[in-house]
Design a protein around this ligand. Sequence first.
Ligand code: FMN
Length: 395
Amino acid sequence: MASLKTSILGIEFENPFLLASAPPTALIESIDKAFEMGWGGAVLKTITPDDLEMIEASPRYTVMKEKGKVIGFQNIELLSHKTIQYWCDGIRYLKEKHPTKVIIASIMSPVDRKCWHNLVHKLNETPIDAYELNFSCPHGMPEKGIGMAIGTTTEISTLITGWVKDVATKPVFVKLTPNVTDITRISKAVERANADGFSAINTVQGFMGINLDTLEPNLCVDGYTTYGGCSGEIVRPIGLRCVAQIRQHSNLPILGMGGITNWQDAVQYLAVGSDAVQICTEVMINGYGIINGLKSGLQNYLEGKGFNNISELKDIAVKKITSHEKLNKKYHLYPSVDRDKCVSCGKCVKICSESEHQALGLYDNNRVVSLDIEKCVGCSLCSHVCPKEAIKMCS
Ligand SMILES: Cc1cc2nc3c(=O)[nH]c(=O)nc-3n(C[C@H](O)[C@H](O)[C@H](O)COP(=O)(O)O)c2cc1C
C-alpha cells in the first residue's frame, strides 16, 4: 500500500491535503468537522491584531462559469474577524481532540515589530505546528500597507520574516503572492532571512468583468468594485508555474496551491515541487467531502505508478523544465489525421490558414485533409481545435 503520510520540517502529516487559509478555516467548529472528515490539516483564516480595523463589503464574491460549472472565483474578503484569544482557545481545543492533525496559524500585522511579536508570542503558547506569514492578500490590506504590499518588496518581506523568526518557536512558512514579475526574487530574499518554507500561491489580482446589461462590474458594491483576488481552476497554470520556479531555486518545503480541484491537480502540484497541498475554492464550491476522492485518487495513482509514498513523486516534473534556448529545436512533430474520426468539417484547414502556416488543405471533394510537410511547423494548433479529436501529433 502506498502511504499518504509525509513529514515536513519534523511535522507529521497523515495526508498531504490541507485546508487553505480562507472561509473553510474561519471557525473552530468547522475545522473540527473537516478533521473528522479526513483532512490532514488546516491553515487558519489569517489572524490579525484585535485592533486592526476590518470592515467587509457586500457582496464579496463573484464567479466565472463554463457550462454551469464554476471555473474561476474572485473575492474581496478581508481576514479573520475573531480575536486572538478565540484562536488560542480554539487551537488548544482542536489539538486535544485531533492530535494527529496539522494546524498552521496564518498571521498578518501592520509593519511594526512589536505588533508581529505580540501575535507570535501569544500563538507560541498554543500547540500550533507552524506559522504562515500572509504577505500576499491582494485586496484591502495593501491599502493599509500590508498583505501584498509586504510580499511585493524584498526589503519589507525580509524585515518581517526576520522579526518573526527571532521569536517564533515553530517553523515559519511565508505565503507568497503571484502578483510580482519574478516570484523567486521574494522567495530567495525570505529564504536568506531564514524562512523555513513557502506557501504559494495566494490569489491572483484580477477584474472579473462587467455585466453587459447594466454595464456595472460583476462584483458590484453599490455601483463600484475593486480589484479582487482570483482563485480556482483559472489560476492553476499560474500556481504551478510559481511553485516550479520557487523549487528551481530552493530546497525548502513548499505548500502548493491555486486551483486544485481534484487528485489529478494535486499530483501536478507535487510533481512540480510541493511537499503538501492546500485547497480553498474547491472546498467553498463543493464542501469538505471532496477529501475522500482526493485521498483515494492519490493513493490509487501512487500505487498504479509503483510509488511507495508522495516523496517519490515530488519534484519529478521540475527536472523537465528548462529554458527555451535549451529546448531541442531539431525535434519536430507532424499532424496525423485519424480518418475514421475526421468528419471533414475543415476547421483545422481554416485555422491553420488563418494562423500563419497554411499547411493543411482538403482534397477529394473536400473530404480528406492533406498536409504540406514543407509548410508545417509542427505547432500542434490543428490537434487542439479539432472538434472530433481526430488529429494527433506524431514524429
Ligand atoms: C474567499 C477567500 C478568502 C481567502 N482568505 C484568505 C486569508 O484570509 N488568508 C490567506 O492567506 N489566504 C486567503 N485566501 C487565499 C487562499 O488561501 C488560496 O491561497 C487561494 O484561494 C488559492 O487557492 P484555491 O485556488 O484552492 O482557492 C482566500 C481565498 C478566498 C477565495
